[in-house]
Design a protein around this ligand. Structure first.
Ligand code: ADP
Ligand code: MG
Length: 565
């Protein structure tokens, strides 16, 4: 068991302290595991109904996270997955109940029903007005089978919201109770688990699942689900949950719902967005319109990976109660009204800056072709190098850029040199990505600007362009020779290529090769490799190797240095 805890037996108490210390407006009830609004005294005198919920811990942010204006007045926290004691519930009722009375919202578990129920009886015998609503939203269990009835799960949060809004609006206890009942009947939930969870005091998972097994209709206490099936794509899985939930509500086409896509604790936020997408797709396929939607972590089973989908059939009263303001820390605010189609904004078209030139220059095109073909041929070697000292994408990224260039190379044939470099820059920017994509795009653009307006481009011009390009890369990447980057090849090459003499380009390529090889002995100070420190030693920098390779290919395409063709 790997958990961020001190002592398994202190988890709940320390969690309560953490919640209360880090959220304004909350307090702990002295001597009890009860979190309540710190303005509870004024509230008691206000005549408004108080709302109390709670249950076993391990479902955070439920229920303490829903204590706040417009939702719960207090939450009673039991041990992990264990109902709180009658005395803790009674203490909470006594602390919050004023002339308006108190409504208890209880998830349907035997222990919770008994402890909240007995506490309510005791409080009534003390003269306090207390009502209780039980939430049983888990539609994976039949409502009247051989079990303790449907369990209360994530849909309970929506019941808190509806009851809290009614109480905040100053309704009477009977009215708030009726609203909560209505909400409880209008909501259904079903979940799926990908992994079990570990109760800190137990130290072991509650059940085990095979590599591609999942549990449908699981309980939020790590109880196994009603059906063990094979993992399948999220669209199928969530589609199934949505269908079962909406079927069980007897929802007819055209009716509207609020949807809650809930993370059971261990699901990446990224996957929850796929869950949300799938749920909306499934609802719309049935002709159900989703008026409000929330995606997030509402009621969990510790670190269980998986999700649940809750749907509440809406009427105007329930909708406005869900929309009413609430300041509880874990309530995200008004749900969004999902859009039917993907809202899309078209990209403004990039202006094509093409310049035809009088005399086409086949040497530029053949040099570019050679460089691009070399990068394609070097893909595996560069990938291997980047895998060792980076993240392994350099070979594929540069090869993709090279392919894009090869695909459009014929359009370069009658552009000016500046326009060709700009076209290269734009293609690499669009296709390469990563650090190299941006750096090469910047370098090529600077080189293009250097050549702007020059018609007859000679070695002198190319020398200036190479220097300007390399300097742009150094500037934007904040790197210099010796930092173990592509600049260890590019800058020495730019220095060596004198312009007055085309043959010096071959010496420049030599300098690039020497520079690239030398990077194997340099401690990385820029880019991803810098996180590796000494572990990068012995392996040359992939970006420098790539630069040396394409420069070498360009030299090869120039043919005999003595032959100026
Ligand atoms: P990443 O995957 O980290 O985005 P790439 O794989 O596209 O990067 O490129 C890695 C290469 O980029 C490195 O081998 C190095 O030559 C070069 N590089 C990294 N950081 C810089 C920098 N700040 N300046 C110049 N070149 C850099
Ligand atoms: Mg990389």
């Amino acid at each position: 068991m790997k958990k961020l805890i001190n002592d398994p037996s202190r988890v709940v108490d320390e969690m309560i302290e953490g919640i209360v210390l880090s959220h304004e407006g909350l307090a702990v009830l002295s001597g009890h595991r009860v979190i309540l609004r710190s303005d509870v005294e004024a509230l008691r005198r206000s005549g408004k109904v108080a709302i109390v919920s709670g249950g076993g811990s391990g479902h955070e942010p439920a229920h303490a996270g829903y204590v706040g204006e417009g939702m719960l007045t207090a939450a009673v926290c039991g041990d992990v997955f264990t109902s709180p004691s009658t005395d803790a519930v009674l203490a909470a009722i006594r602390a919050v109940t004023g002339t308006g009375g108190t409504l208890l919202i209880v998830k349907n578990y035997t222990g919770d029903r008994l402890n909240f129920g007995l506490a309510a009886e005791l409080a009534r015998s003390e003269g306090l007005s207390v009502a209780m609503v039980v939430v049983a939203d888990d539609v994976s269990l039949s409502a009247g089978g051989d079990n303790a009835g449907r369990r209360g799960i994530a849909g309970t949060v929506l019941v808190h919201k509806v009851a809290g809004a009614a109480a905040a609006a100053g309704r009477t206890l009977e009215e708030v109770e009726a609203e909560a009942e209505r909400a409880a009947h209008a909501v259904g939930t079903m979940g799926v688990a990908l992994t079990p969870c570990i109760v800190p005091a137990a130290g072991k998972p509650s059940f085990t699942l095979g590599e591609d097994e999942i549990e449908l209709g699981l309980g939020i206490h790590g109880e196994a689900g009603v059906e063990r099936v094979a993992l399948r794509p999220v669209d199928d899985l969530v589609g199934l949950l949505v269908d079962r939930v909406l079927d069980s509500l007897g929802l007819r086409e055209g009716e509207t719902v609020a949807l809650l896509a809930n993370n059971l604790g261990g699901t990446p936020a990224m996957e929850m967005d796929l869950v949300a997408r799938a749920a909306l797709k499934a609802a719309s396929a049935r002709g159900t319109s989703v008026e409000r939607m929330w995606t997030g972590t509402f009621l969990t089973a510790i670190e269980m990976a998986g999700c649940s989908i809750s749907a509440m059939r809406l009427d105007p009263g329930l909708l406005s109660a869900l929309d009413a303001p609430a300041s509880a820390p874990a309530w995200p605010g008004t749900g969004t009204k999902p859009s039917a189609a993907l809202p899309t904004i078209e990209c403004p078209r990039e202006e094509a800056v093409e310049q035809r030139m009088a005399a086409p220059n086949p040497r530029i095109v053949s040099a570019i072709r050679a460089a691009a073909e070399r990068l394609v041929a070097e893909e595996t070697r560069l990938t291997d190098l980047d895998r060792k000292v980076g993240d392994g994408d350099l070979g594929a990224n540069l090869a993709r850029g090279a392919q894009a260039i090869l695909a459009e190379i014929d359009t370069y044939r009658d552009l000016t040199a500046a326009a060709v470099l700009r076209a290269l820059s734009a293609s690499l920017r669009r296709t390469v990505g990563g650090t190299s994509g941006a750096l090469y795009a910047a370098g090529l653009l600077r080189a293009a600007n250097t050549l702007e307006g020059r018609t007859a481009v000679r070695a002198q011009d190319w020398s200036e362009a190479l220097r300007a390009g390399a300097q742009a890369i150094a500037q934007i990447g904040d790197a210099k020779v010796g930092d173990r980057t592509m600049l260890d090849a590019l800058l020495p090459a730019a220095d060596r290529f004198s312009g007055s003499d085309e043959a010096s380009f071959f010496e420049a390529v030599e300098a690039a090769r020497t520079g690239a090889e030398a990077t194997a002995a340099i401690l990385p100070r820029r880019g991803r490799s810098s996180y590796l420190g000494e572990r990068a030693l012995g392996i040359p920098d992939p970006g420098a190797e790539a630069a040396a390779a394409w420069l070498d290919a360009v030299a090869g395409s120039l043919g005999d240095p003595a032959d100026p063709a």
